[in-house]
Design a protein around this ligand. Structure first.
Ligand code: G4P
Length: 526
């Protein structure tokens, strides 16, 4: 198979949801279809249990497991499917944001009884920012659910995307009888507690009287009325709109009961995008270019504290990646070759000789990579789309063991490379400030510094609201601002100026008083 064929058959995507909506269960069912796993429960352990948020052994164990489940690749119907796992725990939201930069599309799982929840909304913002096509799976249909039309309205409103149901449920909760698949024109009957794998019943017309034999006249009438309404309210499904990320097709099902999952997968394989062009600081890179290029979106470090081993996860953006071939590490300006890149098939890792656009490879690394690094065959370009986001929580970090300051500096540096948190250096007093998305990271950092770097830290409170990256064409105004707000100025790890606002009010005042400066909550805004 040539480059073009390899690209066309690849589907690299992420599944996102609010915790507990059923992401893990759905992932697992998809893997079962792909033959990547053989029993339910295999992916289950990939979750930080809600009860164990401060149990570090649990976190460490999870880190181990999550390497194996970070990328789950399998072959199905001649497609190469790559599912990228996204942590469900909201304290790791930034990991999820970054993972979403390496996917071509997304499946959103929504709990039918709960509707759109906070985390889903946040993640959808990232999809919207990147124009990522999304498909929606409304899960837990075996349980009482919100009114279906209300649910669809809620999705349109809250996720700010047009929807188009491609299946329609029959009954609700205890009366749930199945779905009519509008995409395949099939009826799928639901038997509670039974893992449904059978083919659907083909009914190209819902008005067919035979349908009544299966679901009864009353349900059939309701179904017909509702489908009439659906066809009246929603425009015909248009794949282009989906690919342009302006329309989300919606499926209903129950991941736990394996109901509606196969139809979702089949439609997904049919319409989801193969690897898409990638933005860089100099030009668009097309997947079918001859020359290889890719970027690192995730780093996993020190799985074994006795060996400083890290794995850099690289997404191939163009051309063919080959083992033992020299590539340019653009940031370091250095040629490097990799003797043991790994691919992730099912839950096994194995050394690969080649990889294609859309594939994710793991590169063993001794400290050369940072998140966002690009590899090419010589061209100096940097992939875009991996911004730093403003943290939500901030603390000063201090050395708690004066004999170990070197270890501490190294540990903090490496943990920041890994993207565990962000470090800012105050330009006012030179102190180091750690910013995170969730409180859990502070504990993770402290724990890992101690166990992996033999260093001790302590935190001191600092009251900050947001970190803002700035842009201005008015150098005089910017200089004036930095001088006046010297107390609140810091540098991020790339040496960029950051304004650390201590309240929403302070930021608002800054915006009003310095109209020539743009303040951004992410580091990439062009
Ligand atoms: P997450 O990864 O999005 O956090 O969700 P996960 O798949 O772990 O599912 C959360 C809970 O919802 C699990 O129950 C799971 O069994 C259940 N679930 C998933 N899909 C369905 C469905 O279609 N119908 C129903 N009724 N439940 C579903 P749990 O009790 O938290 O975990 P467990 O004890 O079953 O492992």
């Amino acid at each position: 198979m040539g480059l073009k064929e390899e690209i066309a058959r690849r589907r690299t995507f992420g599944i996102i949801s609010h915790p507990d909506a059923g992401k893990t269960t759905l992932t697992e069912k998809l893997l079962l279809f792909g033959g990547a796993i053989h029993e339910a429960g295999a992916v289950k352990s990939n979750k930080i249990k809600k009860t164990a948020t401060s149990d570090f052994m649990e976190i460490e164990k999870q880190r181990g497991i999550s390497v194996a489940t970070s990328v789950m690749g399998f072959e199905y119907r001649n497609y190469k499917v790559n599912i990228l796992d996204t942590p469900g725990h909201q304290d790791f939201a930034e990991d999820t944001f970054r993972t979403l930069t390496a996917v071509d599309s997304v499946i959103i799982v929504i709990d039918a009884a709960k509707g759109v929840e906070a985390q889903t909304k946040k993640l959808m913002e990232v999809c919207r920012m990147r124009n990522t096509p999304v498909m929606v799976f409304i899960n837990k249909m075996d349980r009482p659910s919100k009114d279906y039309f209300d649910l669809l309205d809620e999705i349109e409103e809250q996720l700010q995307i047009k929807v188009r149901p491609l299946s329609w449920p029959i009954g609700n909760g205890p009366d749930f009888k199945g779905v009519y698949n509008l995409y395949e024109k099939n009826l799928y009957l639901f038997t509670p507690g039974k893992q449904v794998l059978e083919e659907g019943l083909s009914f190209s017309d819902v008005n067919s009287p035979e349908i009544e034999e299966y679901i009864g006249k009353e349900s059939a009438d309701t179904l017909r009325e509702e489908i009439d309404l659906v066809e009246g309210v929603y425009n015909e499904f248009n794949t282009e709109e989906y690919l342009n990320a302006t329309l989300a097709p919606v499926f209903f099902g129950s991941a736990l009961n394996n109901f509606g999952v196969r139809e979702l997968l089949h439609c997904f394989l049919d319409i989801a995008p193969s690897p898409r062009p990638s933005k860089t600081d100099v030009r668009m890179v097309l997947p079918d270019e001859d020359k290889f290029s890719g970027f690192v979106f995730k780093i996993h470090a020190n799985m074994d504290p006795n060996h400083r081993n890290r794995i850099a996860f690289l997404r191939v953006c163009s051309g063919k990646f080959e083992r033992n071939k020299n590539y340019l590490h653009v940031r370091l300006g250095k040629q490097m070759k990799f003797s043991s890149p790994t691919a992730f098939m099912a839950q096994k890792k194995s050394i690969v000789d080649e990889a294609w656009p859309g594939d994710i490879i793991g590169i063993p690394d001794s400290g050369n990579f940072k998140i966002g690094d690009s590899l090419t065959e010589g061209e100096k370009l940097n992939f875009k789309g991996l911004p730093s986001f403003s943290p939500e929580l901030f603390r000063y970090i201090e050395n708690a063991d004066p004999m170990k300051s070197k270890q501490l500096a190294k540990g903090v540096d490496q943990l920041m490379d890994e993207g565990v948190a962000q470090l800012f250096i105050s330009q006012y007093n030179g102190r180091k400030i750690i910013g995170t998305v969730g409180a859990l990271q502070f504990e993770v950092i402290q724990y890992r510094l101690e166990h992996e770097y033999n260093a001790k830290c302590r935190y001191e409170p600092i009251n900050l609201y947001k970190a803002c990256w700035m842009k201005s064409n008015d150098k005089a105004q910017l200089d004036d601002f930095k001088r006046r707000k010297a107390q609140y100025m810091a540098k991020d790890k790339y040496g960029r100026d950051v304004f650390l606002a201590d309240s929403a009010y302070m930021l608002q005042m800054a915006q009003e008083n310095f109209p020539g400066i743009e303040f951004h909550f992410t580091s990439e805004f062009d």
